[in-house]
Design a protein around this ligand. Structure first.
Ligand code: ATP
Ligand code: MG
Length: 306
């Protein structure tokens, strides 16, 4: 049975580092793992110091990675939709309109993200799939995609039905039939993606930092996801300045600056403890090394998961 982890959070908090380190830890434990990045500004390849593409590549034994190109897939889809609709106007009302030129329906990237994850999920090739997502807004949109895009997909289908009565209208030719099937498949994939996301086969990991505003936003995200029946499995509070005890007594301004940060983090962790209650909260310290490359990511994974 494949397990799916969706790693999400605000920009720059450590989502990709967490995803890569978790993928390594899972692969080292003997599971066959796929790490997928859906962030248009991919950096999974940089983290593993290798080049990646839209097609999965083995990074180390048991660990495969890919950087999906959802935007390109969305553009290709819009072009074919445009061609199909153009045919209505030519044949139906004598107009030649580029309806969807330079336009992408809201949530389209997210649909293709869901579909790519589903394809891998259904392939049966993986014990674990880890999806590293772009910053919060978009990632949350991916989770709420079924609701957002349901409306416009319905309109596309309604438009299709309306024009079906006209001779030579949309979806008549074989390619148009393919188009119709594609839209229908998108609808059913979205529904299934949501079902998988709400099942115990998938887990959401929220990454955040130890600052009050971030903790409060994380709390709001948890509550928001709850309303969608999506439970957050784990919260990672990353980049915590550790307690250096007596070393804080130094007069050095660099030490004092760090001490102030430590105090802010301590307060934020208290807030996290009070508002995130008994959730699975993992505290990860700020590290002195760059968590890049297999060895450093392995070290980092131990900080998260042991
Ligand atoms: N605990 C840590 N200690 C020190 N540096 C860290 C830690 N966690 C992450 N970093 C560094 O912080 C930077 C941002 O991390 P990362 O790229 O994983 O964030 P992200 O949430 O994926 O960002 P984006 O939203 O841009 O995708 C990277 O340079 C990473 O090496
Ligand atoms: Mg990232």
């Amino acid at each position: 049975m494949t397990e799916l982890f969706l790693v999400t959070g605000k920009g720059g908090v450590g989502k990709s580092t967490t995803s890569a380190a978790t993928a390594l830890q899972q692969a080292d434990s003997g599971k066959k793992v796929l790490l997928m990045s859906s962030d248009p500004a991919h950096n999974i390849g940089d983290l593993f110091q290798c080049s990646l593409s839209d097609t999965e590549k083995e990074v180390i034994p048991n660990l495969w990675a890919l950087e999906m190109d959802a935007t390109q897939r969305a553009l290709t889809f819009m072009n074919s939709l445009n061609e199909a609709f153009k045919s209505i106007f030519k044949k139906g009302v004598g107009l030649d309109v580029d309806l969807f030129n330079d336009m992408i329906f809201p949530g389209l990237d997210e649909i293709f993200f869901c579909q790519t994850v589903l394809e891998e999920f259904d392939s049966g090739k993986w014990d674990v799939i880890i999806a590293d997502t772009p910053p919060s807004g978009q990632a949350l949109r991916a989770l709420t995609t079924p609701d957002i895009v349901g409306a416009w997909l319905s309109r596309v289908v309604a438009l299709k039905r309306k024009f079906e009565v006209m001779k030579g209208a949309i979806f008549k030719k074989k390619t148009d039939k393919e188009m119709e099937n594609m839209v229908e498949k998108m609808r059913s994939d979205i529904t299934r993606f949501k079902t998988i996301m709400t099942s115990n086969q998938s887990q959401i990991i929220l990454v955040t930092i130890p600052e009050k505003l971030s903790i409060m936003e994380t709390h709001r995200t948890v509550e928001y996801l709850k309303k969608l029946n999506l439970e957050v499995w784990g919260i990672i509070v990353n980049r915590i300045v550790p307690d250096f005890g007596e070393e804080w007594d130094s007069e050095l301004s660099s030490v004092q600056l760090l001490h102030s940060q430590h105090q802010v983090h301590t307060e934020s962790l208290k807030l996290a403890a009070s508002i995130l209650g008994n959730m699975n909260v993992r505290q990860v310290p700020m590290v002195a090394y760059e968590p890049v490359g297999i060895n450093n990511l392995r070290l980092f994974s131990r900080l998260i998961w042991s």
